[in-house]
Design a protein. Structure first.
Ligand code: SF4
Ligand code: SF4
Length: 147
């Protein structure tokens, strides 16, 4: 259960279920999911030439944890939640952060992304919120946030 801050707790629970399911798939396929050394390099999207896309339910989940007023903008190419190379929101990080691993199998990650997005889309339908799949920079810098 995630402590709510205005967001529908059922929505937060549904996102937590998706993340739990995702972690299970990753652990079940550790030969494909790769080994992350937690260096934080891929959280610097510009330097790593990497992009991270997120959905509204995921951002809502993070905002419920941090407090919407504490959602950070992203003025540089590095995720603002990466502090000294470490993820400051590890337990609440996005699906893409969980799936991507530089030493993992790209096809496995692609299939897992599709499966997770289908689940997140289903949450959008259930809770009547728009399905948006937005790069993290745009999402964090959006004046609409937390919508
Ligand atoms: S996925 Fe790779 S680049 Fe990203 S934190 Fe893990 S080891 Fe570092
Ligand atoms: S949320 Fe955490 S893991 Fe994801 S990009 Fe930001 S610092 Fe990296």
């Amino acid at each position: 259960m995630v402590a709510g801050c205005g967001a529908d707790n059922r929505l937060l629970e549904r996102v937590a279920e998706v993340y739990d399911w995702l972690e299970l798939q990753i652990h079940r396929s550790d030969n494909l999911s790769g080994v992350c050394k937690c260096c934080g390099d891929c959280c610097d999207f510009e330097a790593f030439d990497h992009r991270l896309f997120v959905t509204l339910p995921e951002l809502t989940y993070l905002a419920a944890y941090l407090g919407a007023e504490n959602i950070k903008a992203m003025p540089s190419g590095r995720c603002p939640y990466n502090i000294d190379g470490k993820c400051g929101v590890h337990e609440h990080r996005f699906a893409g952060c969980r799936i991507f691993c530089c030493s993992g199998d790209a096809a496995f990650q692609g299939e897992l992304s599709e499966a997770v997005l289908a689940r997140l889309k289903s949450i959008c339908t259930e809770f009547r919120i728009p399905y948006r799949y937005t790069d993290l920079t745009t999402a964090l810098n959006s004046r609409r946030f937390p919508w």
